[in-house]
Design a protein around this ligand. Structure first.
Ligand code: PLP
Length: 402
């Protein structure tokens, strides 16, 4: 490795995660939520496997088009969009837009006439690991009214979407929103409106410190909810984290150690601001698996923090690592393929991680492995990696307005 911090993405693990989805939910189309990791090599691998995409801005669809993705198959799921972005996406060929307000209906009617619109339902009754929900979505009656308004201004009432919140460890969290979808469908039927699509959102979990429930458990709840709808619909999911988190290992260097009030601190060249923002978002509850280069038999608990002079920069409290870990040693942080570098800033003048994508042959070797070895397995892809497919820095995303 030339320098740290570096995020290594194993594209074969992305492919394996995608296949796990299509195996568990064969009748449901996957629209990858590219916001969580828009690296072109990740997008390209998923595109090649047949994945579709979900976007939150016009810049995202423009990036997808450069990779040969058909905009007609892209869902623009951000319920509130700048008018200029709607216009750019519509001109590009995007025809499926989410919304949850009358204001948005007016904007869409004006700059994306005739488009298929998807109302966003509220779905935040169950706590998720990374609480991101609560901002969007309306109740059943409002959803019915909004779709009727959409029809009255020449838009096509097309579907219903919801998002249960990221890292959702409770499969039954999909049950209540799907009941609400059923109610919306029934009420719309009395007005002569039939919907085509149910968008089940993202929220499917990745493995951090403990394995989450298996995907088939989620598929079962979803299947039950869909089969209770008054008529068949096309169903899609928008996974982000579940497809790419476990494919990433962030390697960082220990830049200093300290003993403060009896507590051992390790300072790394990566922290919440330049790569691990979700530490901050979750109050340090997202337990990334961590390993160090010493792998010493004598262990100690450390607080793992970042390089800035800001005390909010801490990644994890009480992580067990080699007791003799010291400046210059290296730490590997697993499950860092999603919502990491894409959130990163150069706050305090510290570099954001370079990103390197490899193909390790993971699927063939590890497909049958149990969850524990999966956790350990994805902490060391460098040792197993095959050809290096691409190397780029995140300047790419910034240059592309993301
Ligand atoms: N769909 C929508 C509308 C979202 O807002 C998000 C994440 O914020 C996702 C999908 C992806 O979520 P996750 O990465 O938890 O699968």
């Amino acid at each position: 490795m030339d320098r740290t911090p570096e995020l290594l993405i194993d594209l074969d693990r992305v492919a394996d995660a995608y296949r796990r989805f299509t195996d568990a939910m064969p009748d449901i189309a996957v629209h990858y939520a590219m916001k969580c990791n828009p690296h072109p090599a990740v997008l390209d691998r998923l595109r090649a496997l047949g994945s579709r995409f979900e976007i939150a801005s016009a810049s995202e669809v423009e990036l997808l088009m450069r990779l040969g993705v058909d905009p007609a198959e892209v869902i623009y799921s951000n319920p509130v969009k700048p008018v200029a972005h709607i216009a750019r996406a519509f001109t590009a060929g995007v025809r499926q837009f989410a919304f949850d307000s009358v204001d948005e209906v007016r904007k869409l009617a004006a700059v994306a006439p005739g488009s298929s619109v998807i109302v966003r339902l509220a779905a935040h009754d169950t706590a998720s690991g990374v609480p991101s929900e609560g901002k969007f979505g309306v109740d059943v009656d409002a959803a019915v009214e909004l779709l009727a308004v959409a029809r009255s201004v020449g838009l096509r009432p097309y579907g219903i979407a919801f998002h249960v919140g990221s890292q959702m460890l409770t499969p039954s969290a999909w049950r209540a929103p799907l009941d609400a979808v059923r109610d919306v469908c029934l009420k719309l039927q009395t007005r002569g409106i039939m919907l085509t699509l149910v968008d089940l959102g993202g929220g499917f979990p990745a493995t951090y410190d403990v394995p989450p429930p298996p995907l088939p458990a989620y598929a079962k709840v979803i299947e039950n909810g869909l089969s209770a709808l008054p008529y068949p619909v096309r169903a899609v999911v928008e996974p982000g984290r579940a497809l790419v988190a476990e494919a990433g290992v962030l390697t960082a260097t220990v830049i200093g150690t300290a003993l403060r009030g009896g507590r051992r601190w390790i300072h790394l060249d990566v922290g919440a601001f330049n790569g691990l923002m979700e530490s901050l978002e979750t109050g340090n509850l997202l337990r990334f698996p961590v390993r160090d280069s010493r792998s010493g038999a004598r262990r100690a608990l450390f607080h793992l923090t970042g390089p800035t002079c800001d005390s909010q920069d801490t990644i994890l409290f009480d992580v067990e690592l080699s007791a003799d870990l010291t400046t210059g040693d290296v730490v590997h942080i697993g499950s860092t393929g999603s919502y990491t570098t894409v959130y990163a800033s150069t706050f305090n003048g510290f570099d954001i991680p370079t990103v390197r994508c490899v193909s390790s042959g993971y699927a063939a070797v590890n497909r049958k492995s149990d969850s524990a070895s999966r956790i350990n397995g994805h902490l060391g892809p460098t040792e197993r990696s095959g050809s290096i497919e691409t190397k780029s820095d995140l300047g790419y995303a910034r240059r592309n307005g993301m």
